[in-house]
Design a protein around this ligand. Sequence first.
Ligand code: AMP
Length: 249
Amino acid sequence: MKVLVPVKRVVDYNVKVRVKSDQTGVDIANVKMSMNPFDEIAIEEATRLKEKGVATELVAISCGPLACQETLRTAMAIGADRSILVQTEVELQPLAVAKLLKSIAEKELPDLIILGKQAIDDDANQTGQMLAALLSWPQATFASKVEVADGFATVTREVDGGLETIKIKLPAIITTDLRLNEPRYVTLPNIMKAKKKQLDIVTPESLGVDPTPRLATLKVTDPPARSAGIKVPDVAALIDKLKNEAKVV
Ligand code: AMP
């Protein structure tokens, strides 16, 4: 069974991003970049499927500039056997990524594609769903437990107020939620091994996809600054403020 895992290079989750002065986006010059955390969970899950003998080949894919090779090397250090970079300098939106992944899926013929539920930079939460639609494959999003057997995946999903378990036929799309697993630490020997693994570079043109953005960002702004707190003398004053000022009780 072949598994594809798309991994996105994003601003590291520890970085406090700064909005550019012209409000066109956030400043990513000289900022630490890492693999999207949900994609690390996806690679970990696929690696566990391989370790259990369920998956036989694991291919990581990243779409973006040459620097995404670093993210792919990390994916291979965790467990991917080889990887593909779709190299482009164009700003990629979810529909373009979904089309690129569809084109690769049609060549690679995987049984399963495991994506993150969302990329923490744009918070789109769209690529997996769009890819499932483009391929006409079943999808199980926000997975917190995955079991694969006999051509089906049984997936527990985190939904509002509880858990839902569904069974979908392979080939299928799964997107990972936070509680699916805890990714392993990448060890130095595995980083060294990953350097020798195969990394192919293709372009959107070679995949027959036009990645030009369809949506324009009008502006990006900081959230409103938090106003300072106040001290109240007693509980009665607190209740009064909650009732009459904040109007929350
Ligand atoms: P999004 O829909 O942008 O929130 O992203 C959801 C998931 O799609 C991510 O967690 C990745 O698995 C995948 N993805 C999005 N953008 C890319 C990209 N440029 N390269 C590889 N995978 C991506």
